[in-house]
Design a protein around this ligand. Structure first.
Ligand SMILES: Cc1cc2nc3c(=O)[nH]c(=O)nc-3n(C[C@H](O)[C@H](O)[C@H](O)COP(=O)(O)OP(=O)(O)OC[C@H]3O[C@@H](n4cnc5c(N)ncnc54)[C@H](O)[C@@H]3O)c2cc1C
Length: 403
């Protein structure tokens, strides 16, 4: 494998570094750990919104939001290697992400580019790039999560519209999104994977109700969504009727690969090492404790393995091959490290690690306590570890389905 970059790619890296040194809004925002900011993660993100919108605009004007999307839809038309360099440098500089419309950029946009009509591309792609519209994902239902294809929320055709009835649950960011990418059953007679259709639905549709769900860390990152006779124009169907499962497989592979990026993990690891250098544990600095050192080293080597796996996926993409089941490897490792990060921080900090924002003695605005309480749910989002292991066993290792 050749790990070297071309002259042109190195020049691009230098351009990105120069831009970040000048424009990175985190350089002047309060610390990311947010000791001095009030509220939960989502509220703090909302407080930062005006500055982040300006950041998004600056990146958009350079063609760096939707960097590798085709120019004809408004993307940057850039190459995948440069895109990786861009993400790497943004991560190293601890600058905010490349674009604010998270789900729009990670899987809705790619889905529309691949399966959408020309009108849909014109209508939906620019507001995703400019962060003017945000999306949520209506797949899971109370009885359909891992076995998503068993979903029951149904849509019946009525002239130029579908009428949707049913319920979705665990819909992340539903309270803040303007649009939902929704999976519905349009044919209950067909085999379960074939009777599913994908619709693009405005969240202010009459008959659509959002009820936020509170988690154990006190935040409301997701919601239940109810549909009672919601009318959706046929022109807002993504792909053909009955093609919803194919559209979703494409989206889920994108979701798992975006969930698995290592940038945030590298930052967590740097912060943990810094923490271990400052805090004492059992009469010595935590960094001098062999058990803590072993766990830090395990994290570092796992992140490196994930980074190399990421390069393997990139090579496949450069060859024009689809990335599918392999993304489950990094999704699984990401989940394990997310849990380990919170536990390790708490073992370094002892009981101080349990203190939440606002408590006297809370470390980094209660960041590590939040990590401990949030990760158990993040592990499930995008598919549970058991399901990732099934995918790896069957589709990568070729093991039999039933043993
Ligand atoms: C933080 C978070 C964000 C989310 N965001 C969204 C979102 O935006 N949109 C959305 O549609 N959904 C979202 N979800 C839902 C998520 O996709 C589902 O929770 C997940 O797919 C699991 O489904 P379930 O909850 O129905 O559990 P179940 O499928 O009922 O699973 C229960 C248990 O059984 C195990 N299990 C099930 N089937 C098998 C099998 N075949 N082999 C081995 N073990 C199995 C599972 O691993 C799990 O341990 C989110 C969930 C979380 C926690």
């Amino acid at each position: 494998m050749d790990f070297s970059f071309s002259e042109q790619e190195e020049a691009f890296r230098a351009e990105v570094r120069a831009f970040l040194a000048e424009a990175n809004p985190n350089a002047e925002l309060p610390g990311q750990s947010g000791d001095e900011e009030e509220g939960g993660d989502i509220e703090r993100a909302m407080n930062r919104l005006p500055k982040l919108m300006a950041w998004n605009q600056a990146l958009y004007e350079r063609g760096w939001v939707g960097f590798s999307w085709p120019e004809e839809v408004g993307g940057g038309g850039g190459g995948l290697v440069e895109q990786m360099i861009l993400k790497e440098e943004v991560g190293k500089a601890r600058a905010p992400m490349l674009g604010l419309s998270y789900m729009g950029l990670a899987w809705v946009g790619p889905g529309i580019i691949r399966y959408g009509s020309e009108e849909q591309k014109k209508r939906f792609i620019p507001p995703i790039l400019k962060a003017e519209e945000h999306w949520c994902t209506g797949y899971s239902e109370p009885g359909s999560g891992s076995d998503l294809a068993s979903l029951q929320c149904k849509a019946v055709r009525d002239g130029d519209e579908y009428i949707v009835d049913g319920q979705k649950t665990w819909t992340s960011l539903a309270q803040w999104a303007q649009w939902m990418i929704l999976l519905v059953r349009t044919d209950s007679e067909a085999p379960k994977h074939k009777g599913i259709t994908c619709l693009l639905v405005p969240m202010d549709s009459p008959g659509l109700e959002v009820r936020p769900i509170k988690t154990m860390n006190g935040e409301t990152p997701f919601a239940e969504v109810f549909f009672d006779g919601v009318r959706v124009p046929v022109s807002q169907r993504l792909g053909a009727e009955g093609q919803g499962w194919e559209v979703t497989k494409h989206a889920l592979a994108n979701e798992r690969s975006s969930i698995a990026e290592v940038t945030a993990l590298v930052q967590d690891l740097e912060d943990l090492i810094e923490l271990a250098r400052r805090r004492r544990r059992g009469g010595r600095l935590a960094i001098e404790d062999p058990e803590i050192r072993r766990r830090l080293a395990y994290m570092q080597s796992t992140i490196e393995a994930m980074r190399l796996s990421g390069l393997r996926f990139l090579t496949k993409q450069l060859r024009g091959e689809p990335v599918g089941a392999e993304t489950s490897i990094n999704k699984l490792l990401r989940a394990q490290l997310g849990i380990e990060t919170g536990r390790l921080a708490n073992d370094i900090l002892g009981s101080y690690g349990q203190l939440r924002r606002g408590s006297s003695g809370a470390v980094a605005g209660g960041r590590w306590a939040r990590q401990m309480l949030s990760w158990p749910s993040y592990v499930i989002g995008g598919g549970t570890p058991n399901i990732q292991k099934n995918v790896i066993a069957e589709r990568i290792l070729g093991l039999p389905h039933d043993v």
